[in-house]
Design a protein around this ligand. Structure first.
Ligand SMILES: *Cc1c(COP(=O)(O)O)cnc(C)c1O
Length: 407
């Protein structure tokens, strides 16, 4: 079955007693049991069931099952936000004294989390150039617990070569974690390219409507948890399910960033139409990127599926489309702001991979708390705009851009 058929027809956890075609929203904090013995059995994990929605809930489980069906993953845990997915994964895999390898090209809040909380908890974060395989090799040691990167960094739009990175990590039994929010399964088979754990902000393409927050931790079942120092006791008890079991029985439950049943319902609805929306957003983005390249006022256009992009080789061999985000630059802040303020259809705002097109000057907003020197180091500039291309009719987007460029 193809992606959308699976998204629509994934088998629910149970048959609805009224035959409802849409899985209901179980808006309930707790669940009652006929017998005290049954409640005990569920608590002990001897019987399947739900006791309290911070640990599990049927509507959340339904969303997780749909994700499992479309991704072919071994295990899935849904969380309240994308950042909750990241923090849950970190807390399940790290102890103080450990280190991780990553790049400085990361989503702003992820970078902030790595720079603050991880440092406070004495986890060393090693920033390397992921295109330099020798640098990755040199950074690995016995205390390295994972390598973390994004399938397309935001807003630099850098695309790592996953198979190449994986080949080095494999020698050292270190898992590869990728935030694949920008390139969902229908355009990037991350599992096939060596990604062991995927982190996804469901707030983006899965929601589509920009109406709810949500996150996903996806275990592709490709890493042997026997080789992870911090999961030893879980491996002994749960075997290949060690990582998911630690999340369920400890991290996810104890940190409390659980997804709401209402949000799970809306995200289950979102995944059903996601392929249509992602394809349209990517087609629009490529057309808009090519159009922007013809404009003299714009000094640089970055989009992974432009043949002129330094990222084209990695993007085109791994993805079937380039994603919805374009970064482009004017000479200075004034020109960028004049352009932003003249936009009529494209909205000035943060967020990405929404049905609506959104534009923002990341240098002055998302990265406002960093020094100019740091921002330049992150590949940002004063006149840079991040454009997340939605699913509008592309002619309207191009017309809006053209009128905004006219002085
Ligand atoms: C939005 C985003 C996040 C964070 O997700 P939230 O749902 O906002 O917490 C993480 N990574 C990437 C790549 C994102 O775009």
């Amino acid at each position: 079955m193809g992606f959308t058929t699976k998204a629509l027809h994934a088998k629910p956890s149970h048959k609805d007693q009224h035959g409802a075609m849409r899985f209901p929203i179980y808006q309930s904090s707790a669940f009652e049991f006929e017998k005290a013995e049954d409640l005990e059995a569920v608590f002990k994990g001897q019987k399947a069931g739900h006791v309290y929605s911070r640990s599990s809930n049927p509507s959340i489980e339904e969303f997780e099952l749909k994700i499992k069906a479309v991704s072919g993953a071994f295990g899935v845990v849904a969380t309240a936000t994308g950042m909750a997915a990241i923090s849950n994964a970190l807390f399940a895999l790290l102890k103080s004294g450990d280190n991780i390898i990553t790049t400085k090209y990361l989503f702003g809040n992820t970078l902030s989390l790595f720079q603050t909380l991880l440092s406070d908890f004495e986890v060393e974060v090693r920033y390397v150039d992921l295109s330099d395989l020798e640098a990755i090799r040199a950074s690995l040691d016995a205390k390295t617990r994972f390598l973390f990167c994004e399938s397309v960094s935001n807003p630099q739009l850098i695309v790592p070569d996953f198979n190449a990175i994986k080949s080095i990590l494999k020698e050292h039994h270190v898992p590869l974690i990728a935030d694949t929010t920008a390139t969902p399964w229908n355009i990037f088979d991350a599992k096939k390219h060596g990604v062991d754990i995927e982190i996804i902000s469901a707030t983006k393409y899965i929601s589509g409507g920009g109406h709810v927050l949500g996150g996903l931790i996806v275990d592709n079942g490709t890493f042997n948890w026997k080789n992870h120092a911090n999961l030893e006791s879980y491996y002994k008890k749960f075997g290949p399910n060690a990582f998911i079991a630690r999340l369920r029985k400890e991290t996810y439950r104890n940190l409390g960033a659980s997804l709401s049943p209402q949000s799970a319902y809306l995200l289950s609805l979102g995944i059903e139409t996601m392929d249509l929306r992602v394809q349209r957003s990517c087609q629009n983005a490529l057309a808009v990127a090519k159009h922007l390249q013809t404009k003299a006022e714009i000094i640089h256009v970055e989009y992974p599926f432009l043949e002129t992009s330094t990222q084209y080789a990695n993007a085109s061999k791994q993805f079937s489309a380039g994603g919805g985000i374009i970064s482009f630059s004017f000479n200075d802040k004034e020109s960028a702001y004049a352009f932003l303020n003249r936009l009529n259809i494209i909205k000035r705002g943060t967020n990405v991979q929404d049905n609506k097109s959104l534009a923002i000057a990341t240098y002055h907003t998302i990265y406002a708390e960093y020094s100019d020197e740091q921002k330049v180091g992150y590949g940002l500039s004063e006149g840079m705009i991040r454009l997340s291309v939605g699913i509008e009719d592309v002619e309207d987007l191009i017309e809006d851009i053209d009128q905004a460029l006219k002085v």
